[in-house]
Design a protein around this ligand. Structure first.
Ligand SMILES: *Cc1c(COP(=O)(O)O)cnc(C)c1O
Length: 394
């Protein structure tokens, strides 16, 4: 391989290291769980999106094994050609019931679900899309793929959203799109106000509920349920890769929108369906979420950990959910903090630019229903120890 063609890359990688923004990717040698094995040592896992512990749930594993024997593993094709298995249809029906919506379409990931929605519905420069500045990368990319004119409003700022809606008043179609729960800060979009503005200005409202499903609302039905806004949000984008513990994405809406996405959206038409094991696992995961008290346990753990961390003097930003940003601001300090935690057998990821703005670096702690009180106490002790050593808390 001729490497000098890629000199520019070596330069950029060097810069990442210098700026303490180089991402060290750890290899996990065990299943997902409260404790995982890395470099042959058990580490307390504080960074997975496995909110409910379903990624390695014995009932789901058993259900998948039986289902794989019957249906195999691969979907065979894209959904529209020969890839729609009866299990995909069953999962769509179950998700519609769970989310209390008219219809659902499955995609391969939450990322793809956003790519299916925005460019398909907004395909002209006469259209307008109005997006929260902290929306997820997949929303940003979906906007880039659409032809619509872009308006970015300040994070959670309803006055600014209204100004942007006024600016976009004459657009052919208008869409407001927001994360339900913001993945790096753990704060929640003020949906009742956004719904009101969308009605007033006749805009389509899309909410990405990736971090709300399995977490917020009755039995984890999500952010729309949390605010009791059923029927008022036009389109919900979802993922199966977080609380549901698998991989896959979906879009919930009325049956006309879902039918349209099945006819026209490119991730649906040009990328193969969810795998059989993922589909089976998601079907079972919904049953477990509905028939156990794991969502309640997630919230008990969350309240306990956040209360104790605040008592210790840590700044947790504006988090209202199990996403717990431990704000350290400085990139190098955050990297150092995470390395020291790792030495203490705590696996918690440092998050920095460009995932979050510059000088807003943090350790992002993800609480799970499967953490025991002993696990959380262990984490608190280590956070305090490292925080004291680095002068973050006294
Ligand atoms: C994680 C996430 C996604 C992507 O979901 P995947 O299923 O992992 O592709 C999309 N949107 C938001 C808000 C997310 O947090």
């Amino acid at each position: 391989m001729v490497r000098d063609k890629f000199e520019f890359i070596s330069q950029e990688l060097e810069n990442l290291r210098k700026e303490a923004r180089y991402n060290k990717i750890r290899v996990i040698q065990s299943p997902q769980g409260a404790w995982i094995t890395i470099e042959d040592r058990k580490k307390l896992n504080l960074c997975s999106n496995n909110y409910l512990g379903l990624a390695n749930h014995p009932e789901i594993i058993q259900f998948c094994i039986e289902g794989i024997k019957k249906y195999g593993v691969g979907p065979g094709a894209v959904r529209s050609i020969a890839g729609t298995n009866i299990l995909h249809v069953e999962l769509e029906r179950k998700l519609s019931e769970f989310k209390e919506v008219e219809d659902t379409i499955l995609l391969q990931s939450g990322f793809n679900a956003n790519l299916a929605v925005v460019p398909t519905l907004l395909d002209s420069p006469e259209d307008a899309v109005i997006s929260d500045e902290l929306n997820h990368a997949s929303i940003i990319d979906s906007i880039r793929l659409s032809k619509a004119k872009r308006y970015i409003y300040k994070h959670l700022d309803m006055e600014d959203l209204e100004n942007k809606l006024k600016e976009a008043k004459n657009a052919r179609r208008k869409m407001v799109i927001t994360d339900g729960v913001f993945s790096m800060d753990g704060d929640i979009a003020p949906l009742p106000e956004i719904v009101r503005l969308c009605k007033e200005y006749d805009a389509i409202l899309v909410v990405d509920d990736a971090h709300g499903e399995g977490v917020l609302g009755r039995k984890g039905r999500g952010v729309v349920d949390h605010f009791n806004l059923h029927g008022s949000v036009d389109i919900e984008v979802g993922t199966l890769s977080k609380a549901f513990g698998v991989v896959g994405g979906f879009v919930c809406s009325n049956s006309i929108v879902v039918e349209f996405l099945k006819q026209k959206s490119r991730p649906f038409l040009f990328s193969s369906a969810m795998t059989i094991p993922d589909t089976l696992a998601a079907i079972k995961a919904i049953d477990i979420v509905l028939n156990t008290d794991i969502v309640e346990r997630l919230w008990e753990n969350t309240s306990y950990f956040k209360k104790e961390m605040r008592n210790l003097g840590f700044d947790l930003g504006n988090s209202q959910t199990p996403i717990t940003p431990v704000m350290l601001f400085d990139e190098a300090l955050t990297q150092e903090f995470a390395s020291m935690l790792f030495e203490e057998d705590i696996f918690a990821m440092p998050i920095f630019y460009p995932t979050v703005p510059k000088n807003k670096a943090r350790i992002r702690v993800m609480i799970s229903a499967i953490h025991t009180k002993e696990d959380l106490d262990f984490a608190l002790e280590k956070f305090y120890k490292v925080g004291k050593k680095l002068g973050v808390v006294s």
